[in-house]
Design a protein around this ligand. Structure first.
Ligand code: UT7
Length: 337
């Protein structure tokens, strides 16, 4: 066992300029602002426009801003992990492309796919590298261009998703701050409810797969909803009891932003009020691997050294999990650095 912990020491994001709001969606599919708002909590989402622009373009912008903000030389980065469900291409890994675009030359980089839970899987993986003592600076980036796999004629899915990227810097801390505990789960039998049918080795792209719209997200919303509500709430309660945390001890819940009702169910199970929950689903929708870093970035100035923070996510696979973090810096300190 080591007493080195991985602390988040900076966050940056990239949000595309284009805002697709519910009113515009009303002109595209048979839906209403009222239905989307009450059933999901989403009011608008960002969409990456521009020919030839992909996930790595958003992620590289977030990473470059993160390097500047934390005064970090790209030469000092040891590892880059990209959590994404929408890689630029099947190979090479999007993380490699991000490193190249960000001037990171001495790191090894790889992608990790755990669908909407990818960011917490990647944060757990990055933390383990730090805890070995061998790696000092790791970038974990969650990025997805969901608009590239959304069918904008399918009202059940097109209202949910948006595009964004968020990146964090992980560094060693030996004073008790950082990632304290993580619990991750997968259940492959969930595949049938949420997947992308074609484009992989089982069903490579063909004229037929394109005609049958098999390169888009396929989701059985209600089935996924039932699992998401119980699993995300269960694992959040589990990490609290495992670490002897009472509701009053938890300063913030940072939930994956898939549906406002799933977020509320998780907070209720933890016994914490909405004032302690980071919620921005109204502005960005479900950005898959971008949701948690987008929240941390938006709330960064409110976070204080020592705050107990629980991250929780649920996604395709099924995958789910929670992370308990003791926050490592005050905003003022960060600005003075
Ligand atoms: O992030 C990764 C994991 N994903 C999730 O966690 C998503 C989990 N699932 C959900 O968030 C919800 O299931 C959805 C938001 C996808 C759907 O909400 P729901 O309350 O489960 O709705 P539903 O699928 O049961 O549909 C209810 C009704 C249906 O009409 P009928 O059959 O009752 O007449 C749908 O056809 O709402 C209809 N409907 C819509 N109506 C207006 C479905 N989509 C729309 C729409 N606008 N966009």
């Amino acid at each position: 066992m080591t007493n080195i912990r991985a602390a988040i020491t900076g966050i940056e994001v990239f949000r595309p300029d284009y805002i697709l709001n519910n009113r515009e969606l009303e002109t595209m599919v048979d839906t209403t602002d009222e239905w989307i708002t009450t059933r999901t909590g989403v009011k608008e989402r960002r969409i990456l426009k521009g020919e030839g622009k992909g996930t790595s373009d958003m992620a590289a912008e977030a990473v470059k801003k993160l390097l500047l903000k934390t005064n970090t030389s790209p030469d000092d980065i040891d590892v880059v992990i990209c959590a994404t469900a929408t890689p630029d291409m099947q190979f090479p890994a999007t993380a490699n492309i991000i490193s190249d675009k960000s001037g990171i030359k001495h790191a090894f980089s790889f992608d990790l796919n755990a669908a909407c839970s990818g960011f917490i899987f990647a944060l757990t993986t990055g933390s383990r590298f730090i805890e070995t003592g061998k790696y000092k600076k790791i970038i974990v980036v969650g990025a997805d261009k969901m608009s590239s796999i959304v069918d904008y004629t399918d009202r059940q899915t097109c209202i949910l998703f948006g595009d964004a990227a968020g990146a964090i810097l992980l560094e060693p801390s030996d004073n008790g701050y950082g990632v304290i505990d993580t619990i991750l789960y997968t259940d492959g039998s969930g595949k049938k409810y949420l997947h992308q049918k074609a484009g992989g080795s089982v069903r490579p792209a063909s004229r037929e797969t394109v005609d049958a719209k098999e390169h888009f997200i396929y989701q059985e919303g209600q089935a996924v909803f039932k699992f998401a509500v119980s699993k995300m709430a269960d694992v959040s309660a589990e990490i609290m009891s495992k670490n002897n945390l009472k509701a009053d001890d938890v300063k913030w819940l940072v939930p994956h932003q898939a549906n406002m009702r799933i977020i509320d169910a998780t907070a209720n199970r933890m016994g914490i009020g909405r004032e302690k929950v980071m919620i921005n689903i109204d502005k960005y929708g479900n950005t898959t691997n971008g949701t948690i870093p987008l929240c941390l970035w938006e709330w960064e100035n409110k976070l204080r050294k020592g705050d107990n923070i629980i991250l929780a996510a649920f996604g395709g696979g099924f995958t789910w999990g929670a992370i308990y973090i003791k926050w490592a810096y005050d905003p003022v300190e960060q600005l003075n650095n």
